[in-house]
Design a protein around this ligand. Sequence first.
Ligand code: AP5
Length: 191
Amino acid sequence: MFNLILFGPPGSGKGTQSENIIAAYGLQHLSTGNLLREEIGNATPLGLEAKRLMDQGQLVPDEVVIGMVRNFIEARSAAKGFLFDGFPRTTAQCVALDALLKENGNEINIVLALEVSEEELVKRLLGRGLTSGRSDDTNETIIRARIKEYHDKTTAVATYYAQFNKVVHVKGEGTVDSIYADLKQEIDHKI
Ligand code: AP5
């Protein structure tokens, strides 16, 4: 099994690059943001509570997200591997993910960290907000709150995996194709 974390701040291109990578390597795409938006779309109690936090740019509680990830992985036990997009986002989520993978003798093989300047992130997300219908993209205050949450809680994920020498930093500015070529080179080196 090959397991990859595509890491980076909101708007760094995780979702965009995930599409190319899962197609090329046959990985299962696990985006916790997409799973939460499905819950919101279905108006479940979990979705209603998640929406309240997401609309303020805040993270959803670890136990909620970890439960969703466990269900997703257990339902795909024959997978060749997973691409984790937007997860883990806290040190507690890293520890839970490692434990979950270890139950079947697996681990995270590489963490690809996309690096994009804050002004470019804001520009991209405001641009997407014009058409995406994502309520957390429409307003610069919420976007900056998401970026702050990333700095306060999520950069710790890179620190956590750096202690195992699993983090590779990749420039996330340029064309989608050129960034994909850089990511692919790192994956091919590791796989
Ligand atoms: P989530 O859905 O994960 O959103 P995010 O991390 O804020 O990331 P985005 O989807 O906004 O950006 P992205 O990096 O995927 O970039 P994209 O490819 O879309 O999370 C949303 C919320 O859910 C969180 O705030 C939190 O509340 C909650 N949540 C989710 N996971 C959680 C967890 N694990 N724990 C707790 N809470 C959690 O690209 C963005 C835009 O840029 C697009 O318009 C795209 O076309 C454009 N773009 C992409 N690449 C380029 C490029 N190279 N040049 C120019 N434009 C580009």
